[in-house]
Design a protein around this ligand. Structure first.
Ligand code: PHE
Length: 459
């Protein structure tokens, strides 16, 4: 019988803590969403602003989540029931679990496309330069009713198999296996891409900030990206940190996760932009960058040096798939932990319920690219509706409530005890960190939130 059914699971090592949390953070957000935003938002200027938000806004939210999760040793909803019994703070947890279901459903659709492109690259179908119109191929694939749903189901099944095995034997073990593979693939691909002829133009695009390109949209986009990329605001890290031990250093772990996530995001830029510029294609915006522009690039590379083109394409999609999987298991775990603890179900049953619900919701998202294209709610297709609900509402609102909870509701001494492990470890930047959690982050989020919300309502 799975040990995690009888007692709450826990991570077995500090390395497991960091790799699992970094696995949650590093995902399609880093390799797909960030380069797309950078392409739209003026290269290096966007990256500079994004970095400020990662360390001054999203990281304090991560530390707050760690305090809530580790001190309560409970799921995303149970945590508030323990720390603030009978108080409306539990709504924060309810929003988190709801967000977990929504984000896993639509994220798995894109992850399913990635699985399809991985199999295509294995079969060598991404190389038929000239004969293949990659735009049309992509549009035909995503709008077909059944095939993308089959890939969605396959991806959810992979996620399910890891989560159902529990914390140490599932999540920690596979994070320890997949994260080093992912990092190794990134280093190889950066090596490949930097040696391509004409790569320097892409490097310049990434390193030379052009501040004249910065608009309010760039700033808001960078904030949203920072939240999404670090997985903060929907209780994912509350859930993971509920499996941390009393010895885990919360601030240090959060810092390490931020550094790994940022490094991967920037290195992904160094894979994509030098490659794209070297073949003379504009850094396209939208999902097309990874599923349309890059196949064109791979086909051109393949035309010149077939082996390099083949390996590059294959490694790239395997990288994307691993990144998506380490993130999707963390989304799944928010919901599985809640169902299993709240309704007293075994981990296997709870995981099966989550997988089934997300398969259903994910199928709706997938169909919104094809036969259900016409169905609109608030003017948005189902996929976009889920994305907007999570990234524009649930995450910022969750981040706001969590920092208010830790910064103003919980006892100050209790929070300091958590951060210093009962006074056993020094925390160098305790005061500035608490200042960020109490005032700067809530104020920052209110500003983004209003700026995002008002145009949506006016529209
Ligand atoms: N951080 C993940 C990424 O960059 C996405 C994610 C969001 C994961 C919310 C968990 C929770 O792709």
């Amino acid at each position: 019988m799975n040990k995690d059914n009888t007692a709450r699971g826990s991570f077995g090592s500090q390395l497991g803590v960091v790799l699992a949390s970094a696995g949650s953070a590093v995902g399609l957000g880093n390799i797909w969403r960030l380069p797309t935003e950078v392409g739209k938002g003026g290269g290096a200027a966007f990256i500079l602003i994004y970095l400020c938000f990662i360390f001054f806004l999203a990281m304090p939210v991560m530390v707050s989540e760690f305090v809530i999760g580790r001190s309560s040793h409970s799921n995303a909803i149970g945590a508030y029931q323990k720390l603030a019994p009978g108080k409306p703070w539990v709504l924060t947890g309810i929003m988190g679990v709801l967000g977990g279901f929504l984000v896993l459903s639509y994220y798995s659709v894109v992850a399913g496309w990635t699985l399809h492109y991985t199999t295509q690259s294995v079969l060598g179908h991404l190389h038929v330069q000239g004969d293949t119109d990659f735009t049309q191929a992509f549009n035909t694939f995503v709008s077909a009713p059944l095939q993308p749903i089959a890939y969605l189901a396959a991806f959810l099944l992979l996620t399910h198999l890891v989560v159902a095995r529990g914390i140490q034997h599932g999540i920690e073990r596979y994070s320890k296996l997949m994260m080093p593979m992912l990092l190794a693939i990134i280093v190889i691909l950066v090596g490949f891409s930097l040696t391509m002829p004409g790569a320097s133009e892409g490097i310049r695009f990434l390193l030379k900030p052009d501040l004249s390109e910065v608009t309010t949209d760039t700033i808001l986009g960078a904030m949203g990206q920072a939240f999404f990329s670090l997985s903060v605001g929907i209780g994912c890290l509350v859930t993971y940190s509920s499996y941390f031990s009393q010895e885990t250093r919360l601030v240090k772990s959060a810092t390490n996760v931020c550094i790994i996530d940022t490094a991967v995001a920037i290195l992904s830029g160094f894979i994509i932009f030098p490659t794209v510029f070297s073949v003379g294609i504009a850094p396209d915006a939208g999902p097309g960058l990874v599923f349309i522009t890059l196949p064109n690039v791979f086909a051109m590379m393949f035309g010149e040096i077939p082996l390099v083109g083949y390996i590059f394409a294959l490694l790239f999609y395997v990288l994307l798939l691993l990144a998506a999987l380490t993130s999707s298991i963390s989304m799944h775990e928010i919901c599985t932990a809640f169902i299993s603890e709240h309704f007293r179900k075994s981990r296997h049953t709870a995981a099966a319920i989550v997988t089934a619900i997300c398969l259903l919701l994910g199928s709706f998202c997938s169909l919104s690219f094809g036969p259900w294209q016409e169905i609109k709610v608030f003017g948005l297709g189902i996929f976009d509706l889920f994305d907007v609900a999570v990234t524009k509402f649930l995450m910022p609102l969750g981040g706001l409530l969590m920092t208010l909870f830790v910064g103003h509701y919980l006892d100050k001494r209790f929070v300091e005890q958590q951060l210093t492990n009962d006074g056993h470890i020094p925390v160098r930047f305790m005061r500035p960190l608490l200042l960020l959690i109490r005032w700067v982050v809530p104020a920052g989020i209110v500003i983004i939130f209003l700026n995002e919300l008002i145009p949506l309502i006016i529209k």
